[in-house]
Design a binder for this molecule. Structure first.
Ligand code: NAD
Ligand code: TYD
Length: 351
């Protein structure tokens, strides 16, 4: 009997990298990708593994209690890696309710299903909740977020993720549910929806369109290559102490404007444009409401206790990322045209 692991949000950016890693590395696991396929979910992210015998896709909404209960019962789920979420801060500013529903209610539906189906037999079971460093709020010029930093979320997105973290911990303390949580910094890499800074800028530079920089471009983010996040998730899922939290970060802080300039340099090189050509596209636009100034993670606990470290330097990772988007032109075009929605119909419904 294979061990059934439910991975939610597997058609999204980080989820697809986690699914690929688990499907390829653990043939003894039955990996179930549960995703409702919002605008951010794209099964084209998984074409290379979709026919593997230990992979199965289920289209379902994590807020749908009946559907989630059935998934647990039908598949004898023993582990959960929960990534499904509304994930874009700007969208949370214009439509907070979608974030409350998926990120808070959806997490509780999953927790309840785990509690119900695992009953009191928690042997070999784990509910792993994937969260963000944004729950800790915003830093000034100095300091790093540790696992002890108090929560101070400041956007509807981060408040909904903070809320879900609290609920996961509450189910551990109240019901003894085996849980683990990780809070990661900004990810970058292939398959990221081009609403987020790096793929949006790559797409615009490629098409010689303005690169929108919010405010003065002085906000700082700590960037981690997505496959390094997936390797940390793998390690924490297998070796993390139940009830604990682990911070994951790249130790790689960049002001937005400096990051964009580096990206422009790499793009000029790859597109064989004259040096400085892409930088001319930089356009300062109105700042995001409540824009957090700085995020930076201290991942000492994960490094010391579980021996994790990031594998790539930023310039190398960013170059790999640019190459991925230039090579996967069709992926980008399909997203921009909405064509990937037809992919699901063709691949799973009409055949
Ligand atoms: P994403 O937006 O690319 O993907 C989210 C996935 O969840 C999509 O496939 C979407 O279809 C699915 N989904 C959304 N609502 C759903 C619902 N109600 N039911 C079922 N599926 C649903 O997000 P991402 O960037 O890959 O982030 C994944 C997780 O990692 C999120 O929980 C996010 O908070 C967290 N995280 C992201 C970052 C980052 O930099 N992107 C950093 C730290 C933590
Ligand atoms: P984003 O990729 O949305 O991630 P997050 O807000 O979760 O950190 O944004 C990264 C940074 O880039 C953030 O400081 C906002 C800024 N930004 C821009 O300057 N222009 C843009 O078009 C976007 C999407 C983000």
């Amino acid at each position: 009997m294979k061990k059934s692991i439910l991975i939610t949000g597997g058609a999204g950016f980080i989820g697809s990298h986690v699914i690929r890693r688990f499907v390829n590395k653990y043939p003894d696991y039955q990996i179930i990708n549960l995703d409702v396929l919002t605008y951010a979910g794209n099964l084209e992210n998984l074409t290379d593994i979709e026919t593997k015998p230990n992979y199965k896709f289920i289209k379902a909404d994590i807020t749908d209690e009946t559907a989630i209960d059935k998934v647990f019962a039908d598949n004898k789920i023993e582990g959960v890696v929960h990534l499904a979420a509304e994930s874009h801060v700007d969208r949370s500013i214009s439509d907070p309710m979608a974030f409350i529903k998926t990120n808070i209610l959806g997490t509780v539906v999953l927790l309840n299903a785990a509690k119900k189906y695992w009953k009191d037999n928690y042997d070999g079971k784990l509910f792993y909740h994937i969260s963000t460093d944004e729950v800790y709020g915003s830093l000034g010029e100095e300091g790093l977020f540790t696992e002890e930093t108090s929560y101070d979320p400041r956007s509807p997105y981060s408040a909904s993720k903070a809320s879900s973290d609290h609920l996961v911990r509450a189910y551990h303390h109240t019901y003894g549910l085996p849980v683990v949580i990780s809070n990661c910094s900004n990810n970058y890499g292939g398959n990221q929806f081009p609403e987020k800074l790096i793929p949006l800028a790559i797409n615009n530079i490629k098409n010689s369109k303005p690169i929108p920089v919010y405010g003065k471009g002085e906000n700082v983010r700590d960037w981690l290559f997505v496959e390094d996040h997936a390797s940390a998730i793998d390690l924490i899922f297998h070796k993390g102490k139940h009830g604990d939290t682990y911070n994951i970060g790249g130790n790689n802080e960049w002001k937005n404007i400096d990051l964009i300039k580096l990206l422009c340099k790499i793009m000029d090189d790859k597109l064989q444009r004259p040096n400085g050509e892409s930088e001319k596209l930089i356009t300062y636009v109105k700042d995001r409401a409540g824009h957090d100034l700085r995020y930076a993670i201290d991942s000492t606990k994960l490094q010391k206790e579980l021996g994790w470290s990031p594998s790539l330097q930023f310039e190398e990772g960013l170059t790999k990322t640019v190459e991925w988007y230039l090579k996967n032109q069709k992926w980008l075009d399909d997203i921009v045209s909405g064509g990937y929605q037809q992919y699901y119909q063709k691949q799973y419904v009409t055949r």
